[in-house]
Design a protein around this ligand. Structure first.
Ligand code: ADP
Ligand code: ZN
Ligand code: ZN
Length: 719
């Protein structure tokens, strides 16, 4: 009797928009390929896929199955935890598995390019190397590089320096190969609240535990992160550290690097070139990188030996991806911590109401830090300028102008924060109130005075400034509202001597320019800063003692139920910029609603009061975190098509709804964008499980409909 060799079947994730894996045959002698990349024939092409499973036989006849052209063994396989994360992500966000997996990989690994050899040995300076008197340009330069980078791999050193440079440093014991981390921390002594936080986190027995670290701005949350990291790193584990935007937080990266100068750190963000990203990714996978600092996409990085996850500024909406796979990196990080049985710290001065609610109901550990860490650093005093009493001819009221003037006299810095959420400067005709709009979107064009252009902030469409009203011929076209540019103009009129710097997205396209600006501010070469959201993130400007807030009100009457939460958090963050060192800070908010409870809580620095108020509103309205939501959005050039599609969705949803509320299809917040009509339908339930069960049935039934472009957003943040 002849034994027939049985083949095995691999199930491969491929980057196509379908909710399934694809079967291929492999040789039974092939070592287990789960987690490896494969090059497989797919239709007429050859594509890269990832082996998710290996099973004895397929539901398809074997003679129909093809075999992979190549099984890539150049890097270690993705481990089971990561594959499980991908499966979870696909299920939870109802996004095709292949697209989840392939988009989480550095694009290098998806191509057919050869891998560049993996970095092997890395070197760091020893303590004697740091202080030794060196002569010779190469030695000095190498030391400078090592100081900057913390560690460098051999290949990189050899590219820049002759072989002798490194060997001389080695011979004299000035560099060491980095394997085990050892820190030379010159950490400050912890304050009582910080110690309590660190003790709680580290004192907890091993295993999954989420912690909400709720510390006011300046309470020293970073120090708590560093101390917990120190322990985890000493034990030989890796730390995954997620931040909303790396380019905007160079200080944090510098702080970590300087505290753990010999601990290999990689920084993963979308600004990296392909090759760099892949190198960082591989170092994380191999466990060489001990600290992985990254933006939301780092939620998917493979880790050899994870011991701790930190999500800084956990409330920040940029943790949620707004296109393609609409995932929340914070929520996935929590999933991972649970899956890996490790602690996770969610830090914020203004936690998201979701996290705050979980902490208050005991599902997360709650660590509060209510005083500032640095001695003598006081919280700023917050005052309201009642716009019903003061006019603002050019956006700036007289009390604010006086406060700025006082700062100029004392050579201190001021920051004017222009809240642009739900607001933008426009041009309006004084005769007939005509105002230029974008031809492709239902949006007003935003006035860019300096370039003399009108620009659509949704689709990028740009036009020249019109000279007269096309509707009535009037030439008196007036700018309304005050964008950063107009405020800058007003300021230079009011304070001709002052040095003014404007910081917003428009003049900040490059990361380096932002860092340059920070340096200029630090050196005191600026008197008045004008900026948007960007300035709210955690930078310390020691000489900054005044923050003026303009146009806070636009968020108060927004139809987004999260607008108040965001405004409070934004204003708290910006206020936190004032008076961080020993100079007391002052915040002036211009508003027409000085009695609004949001401002009352803000003045009293009372996040809890605000959060409890908003939570009771949310509870009464049945909004998150008291319910779970999913949004199905449809886009079509024809509003009828979009509507018809959503009516069908509504009908199927209603037939499936058990414990799920199905709302009517409505226009999106921005009903037209890029010549597409946009509509949406909201599904909401008190039970996450009921909502998920319904989506499991609903999505396959609407997936084949190609009459419109549609997508699903689970736990949507934007409406
Ligand atoms: P947060 O992130 O909570 O806003 P930071 O971590 O930026 O606060 O800390 C604010 C300031 O307090 C920093 O300048 C930091 O160096 C300082 N700091 C933190 N912890 C201590 C401490 N234990 N003793 C003295 N200064 C501290
Ligand atoms: Zn007109
Ligand atoms: Zn547009």
């Amino acid at each position: 009797m002849e034994s027939v060799p049985t083949s095995r079947v691999i199930r491969v994730a491929i980057d196509v928009p379908v909710f399934r894996l694809f079967d291929y045959l492999i040789d039974p002698d092939e070592p287990d390929p789960v987690g490896l990349r494969v090059r497989v024939p797919f239709g007429k092409k050859v594509v890269t896929g990832v082996v998710m499973e290996c099973i004895p036989s397929s539901e398809f006849p074997e003679e129909l199955l093809k075999s992979p052209i190549r099984i890539c063994r150049d890097i270690p396989p993705l481990n089971e935890d990561l594959l499980a994360l991908f499966f979870f992500c696909s299920r939870y966000y109802h996004h095709p598995i292949g697209q989840v997996v392939l988009n989480a990989l550095p694009s290098w690994l998806k191509s057919d390019r050869d891998l560049v050899p993996m970095r092997n040995r890395s070197y760091a300076l020893t303590e004697s190397g740091m202080i030794a008197r060196l002569t010779g340009k190469n030695l000095l330069e190498l030391r400078e590089h090592l100081l900057q980078a913390g560690f460098l791999d051999e290949a990189a050193i050899r590219k820049t320096f002759p072989a002798a440079t490194l060997s001389r440093m080695k011979e004299r014991g000035f560099v060491t190969e980095v394997e085990l981390p050892f820190s030379i921390s010159k950490a400050p002594e912890l304050g009582p609240e910080q110690s309590q936080a660190v003790l709680s986190i580290l004192g907890n027995p091993d295993g999954y535990r989420p912690w909400l670290l709720h510390g006011i701005t300046g309470s020293g949350k970073s120090e708590v992160y560093l101390r917990t990291m120190e322990r985890v790193l000493k034990e030989g584990s890796q730390v995954l550290f997620l931040v909303p935007e790396i380019g905007l937080t160079p200080m944090l990266e510098n702080l970590i690097r300087s505290r753990f100068p010999f601990t290999p750190l990689v920084s993963l963000h979308s600004g990296l070139a392909d090759g760099e990203r892949m190198q960082c990714w591989l170092q994380a996978q191999a466990g060489i990188a001990r600290i992985v600092l990254g933006t939301r996409l780092a939620a998917f990085v493979p880790l050899a030996n994870p011991g701790l996850i930190i999500v800084d500024e956990e409330h920040d909406p940029s943790f949620k991806q707004q296109e393609g796979l609409r995932y929340s990196a914070r929520d996935l990080a929590i999933f991972r911590a649970k899956q890996l049985s490790i602690p996770i710290i969610l830090g914020s001065a203004t936690p998201s109401l979701e996290s705050y609610h979980k902490a208050k109901t005991g599902r997360y550990g709650y660590l509060a830090m209510k005083s500032r860490a640095a001695r003598d650093a006081l919280l700023p005093s917050i005052r309201l300028v009642d716009l019903r009493r003061y006019s603002t001819p050019h956006g700036i009221s007289s009390p604010l102008a006086e406060a700025i003037s006082a700062r100029l006299d004392r050579q201190e810095q001021s920051l004017l924060f222009v809240n642009r959420r739900g607001y933008s400067p426009a041009l309006i005709c004084s005769g007939c109130t005509w105002s230029p709009t974008c031809g492709r979107c239902s949006a007003r064009l935003v006035l860019h005075l300096r370039e003399r252009k009108l620009r659509c902030h949704y689709c990028g469409h740009t036009e020249d400034l019109v000279q007269s009203c096309p509707s009535c011929g009037n030439i008196d076209l007036k700018p309304v509202g005050h964008g950063t540019q107009r405020i800058e103009q007003t300021l230079s009129g009011l304070f001709p001597e002052a040095r003014i710097l404007r910081i917003d997205r428009d003049n900040l396209l490059r990361k380096s320019s932002f860092q340059d600006m920070l340096k200029i501010i630090d050196r005191g070469e600026v008197d008045i800063l004008v900026g948007t959201q960007i300035l709210a993130k955690g930078h310390n400007f020691p000489n900054l003692t005044l923050v003026g807030i303009l146009q806070a009100d636009s968020s108060l009457y927004s139809c987004d139920f999260r607008a108040s939460e965001r405004l409070f958090s934004l204003l708290t963050q910006v206020s936190g910029r004032a008076g961080r060192a020993t100079l007391p800070g002052e915040v002036l908010i211009q508003t027409e609603f000085p009695d609004h409870p949001l401002f009352t809580s803000l003045i009293q620095h009372d996040y809890d009061a605000m959060a409890n108020l908003l939570l009771s509103e949310r509870e009464a309205g049945g909004f998150p975190p008291f319910s779970h939501q999913a949004l199905i959005r449809a886009e079509s050039p024809s509003v009828d098509h979009a509507h018809r599609f959503l009516r069908k969705v509504e009908k199927s949803a209603r037939s499936l709804a058990q414990g799920v509320t199905v709302f009517e299809p409505v226009s999106a917040f921005l009903p037209r964008m890029n010549s597409m009509e946009r509509m949406q339908i909201l599904l909401q339930s008190q039970s996450r499980k009921s909502l998920q069960n319904m989506l499991d049935l609903l999505i396959p039934s609407i997936a084949p409909d190609r009459s419109v472009r549609w997508h699903i957003d689970v736990d949507p943040l934007e409406f």
